[in-house]
Ligand binder design. Sequence first.
Ligand SMILES: C[S@@+](CC[C@H](N)C(=O)[O-])C[C@H]1O[C@@H](n2cnc3c(N)ncnc32)[C@H](O)[C@@H]1O
Length: 374
Amino acid sequence: MVHEIALTIKPTMKCNMKCRHCFNGDSLNGSEMLGIKNACQFIEAACREYSDVKVTFHGGEPTLAGNEFYRQVFDFQKQMTDKYGAKFSNNFTTNGILLNDGLTELLIANNALINISFDGPYNDFLRQKSGQVYERICRVKSMGGRVRAFCTVSRGSFEHLPEIYQWFNERKIDFKILPIEPRGYAAVDRELLMDTDKFISILTDTYRYWITDKACNIRFYTFEEFAALRRDTQFKPFWFNREIALNPDGKIYPFGRPNDVQFCLGEAADSFRLSVCFDSVEYNRMLEILGKLREKYCTDCESAGVCNGVCICMSYMYVQDDALLRYSCYRSNRIFRAVLAVNDEIMEDFRRGETEKYSDIIKRKFAGSQRTEG
Ligand SMILES: C[S@@+](CC[C@H](N)C(=O)[O-])C[C@H]1O[C@@H](n2cnc3c(N)ncnc32)[C@H](O)[C@@H]1O
């Protein structure tokens, strides 16, 4: 039996904020709402075949489904644990506007990681209602919630990445950066996009700073992932046959955020199995297309062993555009090269026993590279 599955549930594609860069754009902004029955059928399908079920609620804006929807979903998860022994981990990605105390309590009671989209001191550049969202983040934290800011970096902010890191660190808010992608609105408004080489240079400098920053008292998820990168390890081995999404129309699509409505793998229904989706003609058609793209882009790419073509596959979702694939491949390759070069230096220092300057998290992540005496 395969153990892990990652589900994305999009209760609606509707949103109550108009972010300038949104990858959903107008075309994916329908007002349809997912029925609770379909959500439960999808969850039960996962529990029939997998023991560890990760669920991410996304959209659109998932809070628009209302508190009662989530109360029922979480009650149903408990029933599934009793029936199949399934273990759940939940993620909830929101703009925070409608995240009231009731919903927050429900999410906390179900140990959900609450991702609130917020770009720190540069939030006004892409989004609205910055003060209100910041207050929500503080409120969720004070209620004991596990909160992480999803910070999109774009032309309006990327040059200030060190300052953004300090801003989150001073306020003890864990965060992750999402480099802007030319999809949806951001594909049209190219003024929002970053100069890739400049971005990578600033990203690498900030990473260098972070690895020795003993005053870091938050989780900076992006850099923690960087610190785990090794030349002989695939970055995201857990991808094919493991990520699947349910959209508001009750239909099932490959991967998660974004997913691809080009390949419909079935519909949530009683007693169906997710393996049928992964065995479907459509899933295999998609694998064939992605296989060809990976042959084209990955063959001469020096980061292929680490990247495994995931950047190409992810870029293909929503946007079947050669320019985006090239952009994504170029950017990922450059990031992998830059980060792996820094990690090589860290490993060399650890081999020589020169670990003093590094932060505790780096000491833990690179402990295996330490020289062994005698
Ligand atoms: C699409 S929203 C959906 C969930 C929810 N409404 C929210 O605001 O968090 C999820 C995240 O994707 C990010 N995002 C949207 N468009 C993007 C783009 N073109 N490039 C990078 N990140 C993007 C948003 O900034 C947000 O943090």
